[in-house]
Design a protein around this ligand. Structure first.
Ligand SMILES: [Mn+2]
Length: 320
């Protein structure tokens, strides 16, 4: 049995200095913070002459192809290591397919900001906006000089986990770290373009189609967009291209509730709902879904127009 304890940057720096071979794990379906934190840590450890490898059970999304060092992330585990590090994982299950391998190993460390379970022997868990801010402290404690590549990866996590410095977790501390990373040469234009501007041509066309048949109800307070299987077929895209569609609905200035309806299967629709200071969770819960107060979702079965009617009726009861 491992005795799992909370640890400090100094202890982590000693642990990493002592190890000669380190396995770093990003969480399953990794985001910018997981990838940024893993690669930054790996580059820093390599500067110290260590053997460091990154593992992740999921193939990275195309956006990461703009960052050369991400190509060394491996989806198959092998090798001998003195220390295993789980990065940006609030629970052992987040390590995904590698969770068993990780858990069986004795000398383990978690670096994370979710404040979930302590599943490693050592747990460096802080309440920061991103894991990258913690990794920055670790790299400083290791005495490694941060170059522009490391700064860019740390900035990637900071920027994506704060929604480009717009979410409620964006604090003075976040801007202080951003300022430091920019001074160290972080490529903020590249990170901003890749994560907040780049959209595939197919997705852009799908958006155009969805926007062209926007529906509004209750004095334009409810704005609804939809995409169906025939759209996906026509444009040669899959349903993942509807990600973020709902934001265009709630972005309409008059909208209090924005809804996207995306076909999931024959007569099954995935509903995403966003509220502008309006509780949409209670509405989605009526359909067996859930989420956050301002951002929720559910699945509804039925013919398309019946699904629309159900949503309009349910939202109307809270709106009017
Ligand atoms: Mn994170």
């Amino acid at each position: 049995m491992k005795f799992c304890q909370k640890t400090t940057t100094n202890e982590v720096s000693k642990l990493l200095s002592k190890a000669s071979s380190i396995a770093i794990f990003a969480h399953t379906r990794p985001d910018g913070d997981a990838v940024g934190a893993c690669v930054a840590l790996c580059l820093a450890l390599k500067k110290l002459g260590k053997n460091a490898e990154i593992f992740c059970d999921t193939k990275l999304t195309d956006s990461f192809g703009n960052f050369a060092e991400t190509s060394c992330i491996r989806t198959q585990f092998d090798g001998k290591f003195d220390l295993m590090v789980a990065v940006d994982c609030g629970a052992l299950s987040r390590v995904g397919e590698f969770a068993t391998i990780f858990d069986r190993f004795y000398n383990t460390l978690t670096i994370d900001h979710h404040g979930g379970e302590y599943f490693s022997k050592y747990n460096l868990v802080w309440d920061t906006a991103s894991t990258c801010e913690i990794v920055l402290q670790v790299i400083d404690a290791l005495g490694v000089q941060i170059d522009s590549a490391i700064a860019t990866y740390l900035y990637m996590g900071l920027c994506t986990d704060t929604g480009n410095f717009a979410h409620s977790n964006t604090s003075k501390a976040v801007f202080d770290v951003a300022s430091k990373l920019v001074a160290l040469g972080a490529d903020i234009q590249l990170v901003n373009r890749v994560f907040f501007k780049d959209v595939s041509l197919a997705k852009t066309k799908l958006l155009g189609l969805a926007l062209s048949r926007i529906r509004t109800y209750f004095d334009n307070k409810l704005v609804l967009l939809y995409a169906t299987d025939s759209d996906f077929e026509k444009l040669g895209v899959d349903s993942t291209s509807t990600e973020g569609l709902v934001q265009y609905a709630v972005n309409v200035d008059s909208a209090v509730v924005g809804v996207s309806i995306c076909q999931h299967a024959a007569n099954v629709y995935k509903i995403s709902m966003r509220g502008k200071n309006f509780d949409v969770r209670q509405i989605c819960e009526e359909f067996g879904g859930g989420g956050h107060v301002n951002a929720s979702g559910c699945m509804i079965s039925g013919f398309f127009e019946d699904v629309v009617d159900k949503i309009v009726f349910a939202v109307g009861r809270y709106l009017c």
